[in-house]
Design a protein around this ligand. Structure first.
Ligand code: CP
Length: 301
């Protein structure tokens, strides 16, 4: 069976470091022809800007062609076709499938059906492993290391697939974690238990200002309206954390603010000019990491 990337746990620490090395190589020389003649499917059953476009740019930059869709209403799923049948059909046409789906576990289903490598581009509130790899690439580029860091994750830690994947990946290294969230959106028990079993230290806070000055990475996230059961539950917490430039007065010079984006209002625009702001460069790193993941799964060194 082909190797896929469904969960960040599908890659070992050595593989994560290897992907970073390939991404550096592609960033230095983004015009490649390693995948000339190959076709990659880009199946987006859920909205995306960065992930879809950086994947598709990555596919072109590797010399491959891309087919797919970004609006499920224009596919035969709108006539009742199942996810399983869609994956069976697409598997006849391409060499690798990238897919995003609103349902947790959808990428697993695709993997169980297809003989091709599958890359999970986000499945519901579950995992977003290529986001994690680009986050790790961004941390390594800005901090010069992946160990001995204090990582402060802020916002929707309950439904936030990016923080789930990232906390697992960073537990392969020696780091401390702060989880800043309202009680309703705390990091799920399974992820905290995962860290405890690996003797990794974490603490929980409900106060955004409390740990800004201690941390090396301030990982902001959006409160995701689309994951809440009711508008009332979302309205209770929607504006709970808004990072403003004035809150960074005593932050470390070397600290960097990451955010998977899109942002709504959790980072005020005045933060964009602060030296700690790195979220737009972070999104740019995504293309090189996605080139590296596709190339690696299709046999590049
Ligand atoms: N970070 C991220 O997944 O962004 P998109 O939803 O725009 O792809």
């Amino acid at each position: 069976m082909s190797k896929s990337l469904i969960s960040i746990q599908d890659f070992s620490k050595d593989e994560i470091l290897h992907i970073i090395e390939i991404a550096k190589e592609f960033e230095a020389n983004p015009v490649q022809d390693f995948l000339k003649g190959k076709i990659v499917a880009s199946l987006f059953f859920e909205a995306s800007t960065r992930t879809r476009l950086s994947f598709e740019a990555a596919i072109h930059r590797l010399g491959a062609s891309v087919i797919g869709f970004s609006d499920v209403n224009n596919t035969s799923q709108s006539k009742g076709e199942s996810l399983e049948d869609t994956i069976r059909i697409v598997s006849n046409y391409v060499d690798l499938i990238v897919m995003r789906h609103p349902q947790a576990g959808a990428a697993n289903i695709a993997q169980s059906i297809s003989h091709l490598p599958i890359i999970n581009a986000g499945d519901g509130a579950n995992q977003h492993p290529t986001q994690t790899l680009l986050d790790i690439y961004s941390i390594e580029k800005t901090q010069g290391r992946l160990d001995n860091l204090c990582i402060n994750m802020v916002g929707d830690l309950k439904y936030g697939r990016t923080v789930h994947s990232l906390s697992q990946a960073l537990s392969l290294f020696d780091n401390n974690f702060i989880f800043t969230s309202p009680k309703e959106l705390q990091m799920p028990y399974e992820y905290k238990e995962f860290l405890e079993k690996k003797n990794k230290k974490y603490l929980e806070s409900q106060n955004l200002q409390e740990h800004i000055n201690d941390c090396d990475i301030l990982y902001m996230t959006r409160i995701q309206q689309e994951r809440f059961a009711s508008p009332e539950e979302y309205n209770k917490v929607k504006d709970i954390y808004i990072l403003e430039a004035s809150m960074l007065k005593n932050a470390k010079d070397s600290m960097r603010i990451l955010h998977p984006l899109p942002r709504v209002n959790e980072i005020a625009k005045d933060v964009d000019k602060c030296k700690q702001a790195y979220y737009f460069e972070q999104a740019g790193n995504g293309m090189y990491i996605r080139m590296a993941v596709i190339a690696y799964l299709l046999g590049y060194r």
